[in-house]
Design a protein around this ligand. Sequence first.
Ligand SMILES: O=P(O)(O)OC[C@H]1O[C@](O)(CO)[C@@H](O)[C@@H]1O
Length: 530
Amino acid sequence: MNWTRFKTYLYHNADLGVSLDISRVPFPDDYLATMEPRMQQALADMAALENGAIANPDEHRMVGHYWLRAPQLAPTPAITEEITTTLAAIKAFAGKIHSGEISGSKGKFKHLLVIGIGGSALGPQLVSHALGHPRKDKLGVHFFDNTDPDGMDYVLGELRGQLGKTLVVVISKSGGTAETRNGMLEATAAFQAAGIDHTKHFVAVTGAGSKLDQVAQNEHWLARFAMWDWVGGRTSELSAVGLLPAALQGIDIQAMLDGAAAMDVVTRTAVTAENPAALLALMWFIETGGRGQKDMVVLPYKDRLLLFSRYLQQLVMESLGKELDLHGNVVNQGIAVYGNKGSTDQHAYVQQLREGVNNFFVTFIEVLKDRDAKTSLAVEPGVTSGDYLQGFLLGTRDALSEKDRHSITLTIPDVSPRTLGMLIALYERVVGLYASLIGINAYHQPGVEAGKKAAGGVIALQAKILAALHAAPGQAFTAEALATSIGAGEQTEIVYKILEHLAANRGSGVKKRARARWFEATYRVNPAAA
Ligand SMILES: O=P(O)(O)OC[C@H]1O[C@](O)(CO)[C@@H](O)[C@@H]1O
């Protein structure tokens, strides 16, 4: 590729050890200048947000995740105080768990079960995987991040015989998320079945007064840590949501915060060419036409960053995927994000990237340090596995460029608490700036609420179905007949799906009798089960 263009457009920050190569996005030389007024507005919006403006107008909330790593910048002394007190409490609590001052019913805690979903799980999962060391971690970390019973059984299987030394952190900002509530109840039942008082093992991270907070308070759980309405779920990694599990695992959370704070300082600058977040936002804009016309493929060439693409998927898609702009116009915005890790993905979907539909741009993440050990095996004379990893990154990037597939390359020195903090802070700000460029609210998620409401409707319908079956024990109904009898004719398909699911699970007591035509199958409960 073109060395002159590379030299012109490489952003390099020696203090952070970070480089950002945008030279393989073929924007015209006047692009940055043309976009400058809009970028200056976006930077001004961001400055207002950091100063405590109501940047989430629909929910009438401030957006304060940047204060978490610079509490002195919070708009009120009360918020500064809340952040610093919570951080101190997290460190003190983790210290007591590690020293054994607070122990489980069977001795010193050795395992951690984190229960949460979305922003209350993805950050902790990313950090735990990126920074964990199976033999050095103070606690081994496990997750419930769904309401899948088999998934929970799998995790409980891993913890078999160990619950007496397992600490459970239940995380939910709202304190009312169904999947997390179910995980909490399943974990509670597992502790009770093992004859262990769960309240001596459970900790909550949630908003004051939430349903979860009330349970934790009423049952006198070990501890409660605060979440605030000015921190969104997907930007909560550097609040108690992410810091508590990380501290318990033994990760240096202060280094994560310091890394994020250092990136914030750099990305606050109003000089676009010196601001990697502004440059990235402008690349997203030109690549997607400011309309999400291309997908973002995130390819970290590092196993430890496997979950970074999943983490970014929520951060970007839940923030930018919006029907309306700030003026109420229908815009259907967003950028689709996917990716796992290189070079593994080269043996999967990279074939399509090079030769198939050209509807994406890639972000390569290059990590300079190969491994902790000082030396590496020579897999060939003078060549290590890590050299191959870089070779595949550079080779794939060239192979894509040759076919006019665009890419950005972000280079970091290593995967450490500091660089992970920097990555999180960088992308948080890119999303904020890009949202300003396209004029949308990045800090609410009305679409997700619609799905939650519909799921609630399904559960309510199931209750009606069961009531009808139990009111006529032994009587067999087709899905159609049952739907009509409960006044849900319009929802016959959903009634059928619920009946099939109930019949597939013995504990429900619902029996199915198949017929020649699948939709004539009947369902009943036995008189004895009624
Ligand atoms: O922390 P909570 O309130 O349980 O929410 C979990 C996740 O659910 C969402 O609200 C979306 O459903 C996410 O934004 C959030 O990260």
